[in-house]
Design a protein around this ligand. Structure first.
Ligand SMILES: *Cc1c(COP(=O)(O)O)cnc(C)c1O
Length: 471
């Protein structure tokens, strides 16, 4: 399988090239050149299969012969071994036709583990086979950094540098990064916001000399492999609920549009999905874009669902690319407008295509708090604030016969403040999170300064290109 860029300029890449680069050299996002398609009979056979088997079946056609199937299966098995639930992603029922897909049974208690555990092993394996080292860099508002640190800690061929905004993430999220003991992992607090952290990372990627010298690799959801591995749980959950005979609707708490785009991919692969519902907090750029056709930036408002406090939904570019008939030139133009004026208009034809498959609802802070309380009282089920935004959206959907699955993106124990606010009393954190509160922290505090951050990373990454040349 070859991968092409949404901006149409970069040359086609192999799976491994797209995996190691993350972002395409023209600034675009990699997309598969074609989509494999699973027949209904195949999807029927998927129903009830172990998660690991489906992860291999769904991802193998995208990887082709670049990684041998037995090696892929071995990495999949290792990736999900640390999960606390045998089903990996079990369903919980809240009401008639209303379900939560629990994606928080991995080591860091948020859905990012499902793709990151596998991504880290794949990257490490490929680097090892090539005799290379890479420098993994990322910015985080909490969950991505925790998942990356946990997944890459102790792996042999990569050094990991995660930038997070000092004092602006939750204590548990911070401790998940700062209490991991591994020589190849660096949690860097910067004196700035998440947007500053992301700007520092983007500037590093836009510096070709640095990119080459450090063999930079990006692990945000711009990396197509992450999206691919997230498509798997749409298949497992739909199978349990009767697909392909029944079609299923999914509601996805959305920030960077990665998780819900994985649902769109699952649909392209043949899974009968009825509606794909974007659920946002008050940072509702996607809802406004679907309604008005204008994608227009506003300031980020901090909410109790911080992992969705995002202004630029990077993966929306992938959907625009598909909806515009894969017109890379048009996408390049829209992204230039966004950089210059902070907004762009979506043309009528692609907008109608998007509206035919997606709905969008947003929840206010008050609605989120009410939803946590209501679901606790009615169903005895504790929602984290991100999943609560999703359940709130699910209740706003026009009634239909298809089951509605809300993606449960984080464990409530990760957000004790929001739970205490909704229920009037804090919920004691799970043992594994409580343990973090006692461990010693290690992190580096740096100013929000490009040169200082680059100097720090260059001094500590193990000179990957030199290693590659000495081989
Ligand atoms: C990352 C995250 C989201 C948003 O997912 P995207 O793929 O960025 O849309 C939602 N909820 C939680 C808990 C997250 O960590």
């Amino acid at each position: 399988m070859k991968y092409i860029s949404t901006r149409g300029e970069a040359k086609a890449a192999s799976f491994v090239e797209a995996l190691l680069a993350g972002l395409a050299p023209d600034g675009g996002l990699y997309m598969p050149q074609t989509y494999p398609r699973f027949e209904p009979a195949t999807i029927a056979n998927f129903a009830g299969a172990p998660y690991k088997d489906l992860a291999a079946a769904v991802s193998a056609p995208f990887i082709g012969d670049e990684i041998e199937l037995p090696a892929l299966e071995e990495m999949i098995a290792a990736a999900y071994r640390s999960f606390r639930h045998p089903a990996i992603a079990p369903l919980a029922q809240l009401d008639t036709n209303l379900f939560v897909l629990e994606l928080f049974h991995g080591p860091t208690f948020a859905f990012k583990d499902l793709a990151m555990q596998l991504l880290a092993r794949l990257i490490d394996k490929v680097l090892g086979a090539r005799g290379e080292r890479a420098t993994i860099i990322g910015a985080t508002s909490g969950d991505t950094g925790a998942a990356a640190v946990e997944a890459f800690a102790g792996l042999g061929h990569a050094d990991v540098f995660i930038l997070y905004p000092h004092g602006r993430i939750s204590e548990i999220q911070r401790r998940q990064m700062t209490t991991v003991r591994a020589d190849n992992v660096y949690a860097i607090a910067i004196e700035g916001t998440f947007d500053d952290a992301q700007a520092r990372i983007k500037a590093m990627f836009n510096n070709p000399a640095l990119r080459e010298r450090l063999n930079l690799c990006g692990i945000n959801s711009i990396n197509f492999a992450r999206i691919l591995f997230q498509a798997v749980y749409y298949f497992t959950s739909a199978g349990v609920l009767g697909a392909p005979a029944r079609s299923i609707s999914f509601v996805v708490p959305t920030g960077n549009f990665g998780d819900i785009f994985a649902g769109w991919i699952a649909k392209r692969l043949g899974l009968p999905i009825d509606r794909l519902v974007i659920a946002t907090n008050s940072n509702d750029i996607l809802k406004r874009a679907l309604e008005s056709g204008r994608y227009s930036l506003k300031n980020v408002q901090p909410t109790q669902s911080p992992s969705m406090d995002i202004q630029v939904s990077s993966n929306f570019e992938r959907l625009l690319f598909e909806a515009s008939g894969r017109n890379g030139e048009a996408i390049d133009h829209l992204m230039m407008q966004l950089r210059q004026s902070g907004e762009f208009s979506i043309e009528t034809a692609p907008l109608e295509k998007i509206r035919a498959e997606f709905d969008a609802y947003s929840a206010t802070e008050l609605e989120t708090t009410h939803e946590i309380k209501r679901t606790w009282q009615d169903a005895g089920y504790l929602l984290d604030p991100h999943t609560a935004v999703g359940v709130s959206a699910a209740r706003k959907l026009p009634s239909s016969k298809s089951p509605v699955v809300v993606l449960g993106t984080a464990h409530p124990g990760k957000f004790p403040g929001a739970i205490a606010q909704a229920l009037g009393a804090p919920e004691p954190p799970p043992e594994a999170l409580a343990r973090l509160l006692k461990r010693e922290e290690k992190f580096w505090l740096l100013p929000n300064d490009q040169a200082e951050i680059e100097h720090f990373i260059r001094a500590r990454s193990a000179q990957p290109t030199q290693t590659a040349h000495e081989r």
